[in-house]
Design a protein around this ligand. Structure first.
Ligand code: S3P
Length: 186
């Protein structure tokens, strides 16, 4: 583990439907940390929804905005307190974003579930969010397969299937408690 890795900053990674937002909220509450959903922050800063950004500017533009928004957040929070960030499903696939996350020295946690479970969760999602990349089943499956190796770069992998949000959060808390804290400079 790099010496700068800190459990004070947790980045939740995973495919659409992995539960990053739900788990992130609960994890942040338990750790008394600030919670940021990167997609929500993008929508606030841009003044338009993710679906609108995809529709009017395209995916590449969305990725640039995603990366710039994360960099700005990390800069703003440099001296801040504990932070839990839920990244969008495609964020950690971008090398630039992985570098920013690594530079920030946080702990990366991948939330895992099977393709069929992720499909089921995205279909049943009643949060009214429109996921531009979840509309087509074939594309969803292709994306899932193509992202596997990038997701595996996350330091910790947590299975979410058949487990409650509370159970998943408790597992993450145990992992963080067992992770050596950042080395303090005297
Ligand atoms: C995306 C996932 C979405 C959102 C955007 C693109 C992706 O976030 O960032 O629609 O590429 O997988 P969630 O994973 O929170 O659904």
């Amino acid at each position: 583990m790099p010496q700068s890795e800190s459990t004070r900053r947790v980045f939740l990674i995973g495919f659409m439907g992995a539960g990053k937002t739900t788990v992130g909220h609960e994890l942040a509450k338990r750790r008394r940390a600030k919670f940021v959903d990167l997609d929500v922050l993008i929508e606030e800063r841009e003044g338009r929804t993710i679906a609108d950004i995809f529709a009017s500017s395209g995916e590449r533009a969305f990725r640039r905005i995603e990366s710039a928004t994360l960099s700005a957040l990390l800069q703003e929070q440099e001296q801040g307190g504990d932070l839990v960030v839920a990244l969008g499903g495609g964020a950690f696939i971008e090398p630039e974003i992985r570098e920013a996350v690594n530079r920030a020295g946080g702990t990366t946690v991948l939330l895992q579930a099977s393709l069929s479970e992720l499909e089921r969760r995205c279909q049943n999602d009643d949060s009214r969010r429109v996921r531009p990349l979840a509309g087509d089943r074939e594309r969803f499956a292709e994306l899932f397969a193509s992202r596997k190796s990038a997701y595996e770069m996350a330091r910790f992998h947590v299975i979410t299937e058949n487990r409650s949000v509370e159970q998943v959060v408790s597992t993450i808390e145990e992992i963080l408690a067992a992770t050596k804290p950042e080395v303090q400079q005297s």
